[in-house]
Design a protein around this ligand. Structure first.
Ligand code: G3P
Ligand code: CA
Length: 387
């Protein structure tokens, strides 16, 4: 069983007119069900970029082409698209004035030059984020105008020294700027490019009065992303964020899996853990509100005691039996991240045999993958399809 949705019906002329007006209607109040159905109908028949089936396996550029350019910058997303990625992945957090921006964390010190900015020195503070104490500079303390004064830096310069040479070159982008980039590059590339946004720390932002779900859906709808035929997957580690999104939109949703317990479940005092969610029953429950799952790779092929790839679990067949797509994270080419037997040397920044790792996961039945080096997965897919 996949998500419970209203059946599509043939649209009436009036509904099609409403469909044409949807960008304006969506800004005001959000589309109603009949407009959503009409959009879906039009998407499947129009010669545009919506409504086309996803490529398989789906290549999702993790934080952009973050193996080559500092993550979550327009340059990183643009390079990923030029390398042939099907979808680009912005992680999203909120600013104090309610803008959605692309950062992996609400703490800014790891991926921007904020610590070098004396004008923001007094913003540094310590707080508890998702149950852990953290000291730094937080997006919820900055307006978008202030965020725009910062510049991105490389998160792991020791593994990616080439990326670190671009420190200071790029701004922190908004979701709208990312969508604008995608729409422009769709035209120049002549193909559909998808968005795979993630709500980061949604309970934390909700507790601050900065809930992310409505602004996210409003921004996507304003840009014409409506319905399950649109090239969008929205992902989250938190269950309640996805269930809220399921009420707000027909766009496809993906439940991420980490370790321990989703933070929203900790706050609500439930006993739901990712381990329970990964059982056949847990996956069936997820299929009631989501269309896919994004597990850490270890849920599919754990590593053995020596750090080598072990044998596949039953995660993929169970997810498929529940009607869920499976898009594991994160594939990275450097030895630092590879199974021991696929490393090329003791040098963490050198590349190992990532293709062998990807092939093992394709053999395990995955439908797509998050990767920092999208060119590698695109080339491998092309070669496999030629054979
Ligand atoms: O969203 C898939 C993957 O990116 C989840 O991990 O921490 O890189 O956002 P993270
Ligand atoms: Ca992510």
């Amino acid at each position: 069983m996949s998500r419970l949705r209203s059946p599509l019906r043939q649209p009436m002329i009036g509904t099609l007119i409403a469909c044409l007006l949807t960008p304006f209607a969506a800004q005001a109040a959000g589309p109603n069900d009949s407009v959503r159905e009409a959009i879906g109908w039009a998407e499947r028949r129009a010669p545009g970029f919506n409504g086309k089936p996803d490529a398989e396996p789906l290549v999702i550029a993790h934080r952009g082409a973050s193996g080559y350019v500092p993550e979550h910058t327009l340059a990183s997303y643009a390079l990923a698209i030029l390398q042939g990625a099907d979808y680009i992945e912005p992680d999203l957090v909120m600013t104090r004035d309610g803008h959605l921006i692309a950062r992996h964390d609400n703490e800014l010190g790891l991926t921007t030059d904020v610590s070098q900015r004396p004008e923001f020195a007094d913003r540094q503070r310590t707080q508890v984020i998702d149950g852990s104490e953290l000291t730094g500079w937080f997006t919820e303390d900055f307006t978008l105008a202030e965020i725009k004064q910062l510049r991105a830096i490389e998160r792991i310069p020791e593994v990616r020294p080439g990326n670190a040479r671009m420190d200071g070159a790029f701004e922190v982008p908004t979701l709208q700027e990312i969508i604008d980039l995608v729409k422009t590059l769709q035209l120049s590339e002549g193909r559909r490019i998808g968005l795979y946004p993630e709500t980061k720390h949604p309970t934390h932002f909700q507790q601050l009065g900065l809930a992310m779900e409505r602004p996210l859906v409003r921004t996507l709808e304003r840009n014409g992303y409506l319905g399950r035929w649109s090239p969008v997957y929205i992902q989250s580690f938190e269950v309640d964020s996805l269930k809220t999104l399921n009420e707000l939109t027909d766009l496809r949703l993906v439940q991420l899996f980490g370790g321990g317990q989703p933070y929203d479940q900790t706050v609500r005092g439930t006993d739901l853990t990712y381990a329970k969610m990964a059982t056949a029953e847990g996956l069936e429950a997820i299929a009631q509100y989501a269309d896919g799952v994004g597990p850490d790779k270890s849920y599919i092929i754990p590593r053995d005691a020596s750090g080598n790839l072990g044998s596949p679990t039953d995660f993929v067949p169970n997810a498929h039996a529940a009607g869920l797509k499976v898009h594991p994270y994160t594939f990275r080419a450097e030895n630092a991240f590879l199974p021991a037997n696929l490393r090329s040397s003791d040098q963490p920044d050198e590349r190992g045999d990532i293709e062998a790792e990807i092939r093992a996961f394709l053999d395990a039945g995955i439908d797509g993958l998050f990767i920092d080096h999208p060119d590698i997965a695109v080339r491998l897919r092309e070669r496999e399809q030629q054979d």
